[in-house]
Design a protein around this ligand. Structure first.
Ligand code: HEC
Length: 148
C-alpha cells in the first residue's frame, strides 16, 4: 500500500466528484481501506510477537521455543493459500495436529477474540506489510500450459 489516502482512494474520490464512479475503482479503493484497517489491527494484536514489519521479531518473540514466523521470509506465508493462513489465524497454534507437539505453539486462537471480518482484514494487512502475496489455488493459476 502506498501513501494514505492511497492512489486508489484518490482516484475514487475524483470519480465520485465527477459523478463517474466505476465499479473497478470503487473495488480497489475499498480493498485499500480494508488493508489499512487490517494493518492497524495487526499492530494492535500481532505486533508483540510478529513484529512491526512482520519479521517475527516483536518485543515478545524471544520468549518462545517455537519462534513467531518471519512472514517476510520466502517460503512462509507466500507459499500457502489465503484459506490456510486465515485458518491458522482463526485456530492458532492449538489448531495444529497432534504430531506437532512437543513443538507447542504460542500462536493464540483468535476466533473468540477477533470477529471474522477483522481477522480477514488482518490477513490482508499481514500480506501487505510483509510485501507478499498468497499462493493462488491451483485452479486459478495462469492459462493452460503456462509456466508456473
Ligand atoms: C503470543 C505470540 C503471538 C501473537 C500475539 C501472534 N502470533 Fe502468530 N504465531 C506465533 C508463533 C510462535 C508462531 C509460529 C508457530 C506456529 O506456526 O504456530 C505463529 C505463527 C503464525 C502463522 C502461521 C504461519 C505459517 O506459515 O504457518 C500465522 C499466519 C500467524 N502466526 C498470524 C498471526 C496474526 C495475524 C496475529 C494477530 C492477530 C498473530 N499471529 C499473533 C505467535 C504469535
Amino acid at each position: 500500500m502506498g501513501q494514505f489516502p492511497t492512489d486508489a482512494m484518490q482516484a475514487f474520490v475524483k470519480e465520485l466528484k465527477a459523478g463517474t464512479v466505476s465499479k473497478e475503482t470503487a473495488k480497489k479503493a475499498l480493498l485499500d481501506k480494508r488493508t489499512f484497517e487490517g494493518r492497524a489491527l495487526y499492530e494492535m494484536n500481532c505486533r508483540p510477537c510478529h513484529g512491526d514489519s512482520t519479521g517475527g521479531d516483536g518485543p515478545m518473540a524471544d520468549g518462545f521455543r517455537l519462534r513467531p514466523i518471519n512472514f517476510t521470509d520466502n517460503g512462509t506465508i507466500e507459499t500457502i493459500v489465503e484459506g490456510y493462513t486465515f485458518w491458522r489465524i482463526t485456530n492458532g497454534g492449538r489448531g495444529l495436529p497432534q504430531e506437532a507437539t512437543p513443538w507447542d505453539s504460542a500462536m493464540p486462537v483468535w476466533k473468540l477474540d477477533i470477529p471474522e471480518e477483522y481477522r480477514f482484514k488482518i490477513m490482508l494487512g499481514e500480506y501487505d506489510l510483509a510485501q507478499k502475496t498468497a499462493r493462488q489455488p491451483e485452479k486459478a493459476e495462469g492459462k493452460e500450459g503456462e509456466k508456473k
